[in-house]
Design a protein around this ligand. Structure first.
Ligand code: BG6
Length: 469
């Protein structure tokens, strides 16, 4: 293109975090345990989340720093167990008060709060009753959302329902969010999936009843699926996996229905969920105002070989390159470089993904996560020269502008992460933030905050509404 369309003037340039990865204070002021707190073994044996970045105690300093960087929006999640410690019983006023203070601070610093209701941290008390497999959790989530909307509805206009529901289902217990006893039980997982959909639909309807001008949407992880070759069987496998991994979740959020390919897959595999008579109407009634999604990379697949080896997990990549016998087989994309942690880097795939989603739904898009995990180094002179992060974000922002020029409506971009936090899988050595937090896996040091080179760069870019120098 010779003439790139500019980013909208009111574009939400922001950054993102989640409660359990940043807050710490896991049992402070009446907070109940979540599945994350109850996790006994951490995936790669690294750290725990009890202190994290200690944001619970340092939130004022953190929000001031984000404002200093120049962010216009800040996406964070509310910890369900701070508001309702056992998920469904008494309300913990101290938890409500904390988020009032946090939201007031964000607003006072001139940023728009974008709030995720639920980011992996299911109350442990609900997990002990079967988690999302038990419909009790559906009712508990709807009530929790009601409490949160009533408390903060006047201060928060932009909401997200469930973070990465699709990865929780597709990866089973890999995220530590699913009962380990059922982690390989796909039938159970797709029943949980159905319940999350029903809960999400009700929550979207509830917000619209209470606050008609507020906005809400889902926040799955969307990775467009490429075929490994133009071989028709590979193309077919890619389309099937797109339907199961991506469109199932967005079709459900937008149309309140299972798409036919996902349905055929569930039927073929004996995974169809039980539904209650009222579910179809609930699903059809809940409508998102926008589609939020997390984008890190694309995925490439080939046809299943049906040799029993399709489910082998390919090394390194955080989006496990696993397949499923009879469905697809994960493949490496040799055209793409990788991060230090093995994730393929695909900025053009970001444009491809934005276009594909918008073509399918024509709803405004909000990118709630995108970013690069790296071993950042604090230099002797106190700087962090994360040029690779600037390069990564710059390339993705450029592709986002190309997508806007293609006609895709995008309302904001809140990359992962605002400040360093604990990674889902790889402890705190894998950093994503614009702001460095001085701690190691086991040594909390002074938890000092230091702006990285990328923070200064991002601030300039925001000042110029997306044009970098
Ligand atoms: C997304 C999650 O999966 O990606 C975040 O919403 C997560 O919670 C982020 O931290 C990066 O993944 P990881 O495993 O590198 O922390």
């Amino acid at each position: 293109y010779k003439n790139l369309k500019p980013f909208p003037d009111d574009f939400f340039w922001g950054a993102s975090t989640s409660a359990y990865q940043i807050e710490g204070a896991w049992n402070t002021d009446g907070k109940g345990p979540s599945v994350i707190d109850a996790r006994k073994e951490y995936p790669e044996g690294t750290t725990d989340f009890t202190v994290a970045s200690d944001h619970y105690h340092k939130y004022q300093e953190d929000i001031a720093l984000l404002a200093e960087v120049g962010l216009r929006a800040y996406r964070f999640s509310i910890a369900w167990t701070r508001i309702i410690p056992d998920g469904e019983g008494e309300i913990n006023q101290a938890g409500v008060d904390f988020y009032h203070r946090l939201i007031d601070e964000i607003r006072a610093q001139g940023m728009e709060p974008i709030v995720t209701l639920y980011h992996f941290d299911l109350p442990q008390a609900l997990m002990e009753k079967g988690g999302w497999h038990n419909r009790v959790t559906v009712d508990a989530f709807v009530r929790y959302a009601d409490v949160v909307f009533d408390a903060f509805g006047d201060k928060v206009k932009y909401w997200l329902t469930i973070n990465e529901q699709n990865l929780m289902i597709l990866q089973g217990n890999a995220l530590g969010t699913v009962d380990p006893k059922v982690q390989h039980d796909k039938k159970n997982l797709y029943q949980q999936n159905h319940h999350m959909m029903v809960a999400q639909a009700q929550v979207m309807s509830r917000l619209h009843e209470k606050y008609p001008s507020s906005k809400i949407g889902p926040a799955p992880n969307i990775a467009l699926i490429y075929a490994a070759t133009p071989k028709p069987e590979d193309v077919l496998a890619a389309e099937n996996y797109n339907a199961i991994r991506n469109w199932l979740y967005l079709d459900m959020a937008v149309h309140g229905k299972y798409n036919h390919l996902a349905w055929a897959y569930l039927q073929e595999k004996g995974l169809l969920p039980d539904m209650l008579p009222g579910d179809a109407a609930i699903l059809a009634a809940g409508k998102p105002d926008y589609l939020a999604f997390n984008y890190y990379t694309t995925q490439t697949v080939e046809a299943s070989r049906g040799d029993g080896h399709d489910e082998v997990v390919r090394g390194g990549n955080k989006y496990l390159k696993s397949g499923e016998d009879g469905v697809h087989r994960g493949a490496a994309n040799d055209y793409l470089p990788r991060t230090q942690f093995g994730t393929e880097i695909d900025p053009v795939g970001f444009r491809n993904t934005l276009r594909a989603i918008y073509s399918r739904y024509t709803l405004p898009l909000l990118i709630t996560e995108n970013g690069i995990g790296a071993f950042d180094k604090l230099e002797k002179d106190g700087t962090i020269n994360d040029q690779y992060r600037i390069d990564y974000l710059q390339a993705h922002i450029h592709q986002m502008q190309l997508a806007i020029t293609d006609g895709v409506a995008i309302i904001g971009y809140t990359p992962w992460s605002a400040i360093d936090l604990i990674s889902t899988h790889q402890g705190c050595a894998k950093r994503y933030g614009f702001i460095f937090v001085n701690r190691d896996e086991f040594d909390l040091k002074d938890l000092k905050r230091i702006k990285k080179k990328s923070a200064y760069w991002y601030g300039e870019l925001i000042k110029n509404n997306g044009l970098s120098n």
